[in-house]
Design a protein around this ligand. Structure first.
Ligand SMILES: *Cc1c(COP(=O)(O)O)cnc(C)c1O
Length: 236
């Protein structure tokens, strides 16, 4: 099958993927240096949601190893085969987690970034014990206190992280946030950095295609970038 001329733009898919990836990596490195940080302290998570294995594989071939997905069912459709072929790929869950999907999430993901309530923490702890698989964990913080958004409220984060540790024996490595679309992200990133520092958490997952450079200035250790790596997303 031949792609439409506009889409094809005479550049083979793998080259386009490699080009975009190199560009994003260069922007990450520049932002880290501008902030007086080691570029290696900022890791890129390529967010492949809505894209199939045909689009993801060239990005893996170009050297990318961390990927993010926000829907468990979608991830199950493409990642088991890709992970079998590329065993050093690490998959991050960056979307909401329901109790009935905890088993699937623990089986497939290497990092779960969206731990956000006691019920889920308890279920993850039980499933990790049962499966003998130990994904690394971040807590999602709803920095904008948006009612429709997942995540613990900033004021409740300390108590929730403590509860994860003490009651469920879970080691929380850091925090993740998705700031409100219509607000200045820097305020949210600054709040995240403050909470993480207070709790002694080393990892901060924040920043997307539109604002990852700002997130890096505020201490992001993971940036989650979809569009700038894969191009615009179509409908699911
Ligand atoms: C889709 C998504 C991203 C990437 O968004 P882009 O704007 O395409 O970079 C990052 N984080 C989460 C949680 C997402 O769902």
């Amino acid at each position: 099958m031949v792609a439409p001329v506009m889409e094809q733009a005479n550049i083979p898919l793998p080259d386009r993927a490699a080009g975009r990836l190199a560009e994003v990596r260069a922007r990450i490195d520049a932002a880290a240096k501008a902030a007086g940080r080691d570029p290696a302290s900022v890791r890129l998570i390529a967010v492949g949601k809505t894209f199939g294995a045909d689009a993801i594989e060239p990005v893996i071939a170009a050297g990318q190893r961390l990927f993010g997905e926000n829907r468990i069912q979608e991830a199950q459709g493409k990642w088991p085969a890709l992970k079998a072929r590329y065993p050093d790929v690490q998959l991050h869950l960056i979307g909401p987690l329901q109790s009935n999907k905890v088993k699937d999430a623990v089986a497939l993901f290497d990092v779960i970034e969206t731990v956000d309530r006691p019920k889920i923490a308890r279920a993850i702890a039980a499933e990790m014990e049962r499966a003998g698989r130990w994904p690394r964990l971040l807590v999602q913080v709803n920095t904008g206190e948006e009612p429709q958004k997942a995540g613990v409220l900033p004021a409740e984060t300390d108590a929730f992280v403590a509860r994860c540790r003490e009651e469920h024996g879970l080691e929380i490595e850091g925090l993740m946030c998705i700031p409100p679309l219509d607000e200045e992200p820097a305020l949210h990133f600054a709040l995240m950095a403050k909470i993480a520092e207070r709790l002694g958490l080393p990892e901060l997952s924040m920043g997307m295609s539109a604002d990852f450079e700002t997130a890096i200035a505020f201490g992001a250790t993971y940036v989650r970038v979809g569009t700038a790596v894969f191009g615009p997303r179509g409908p699911r």
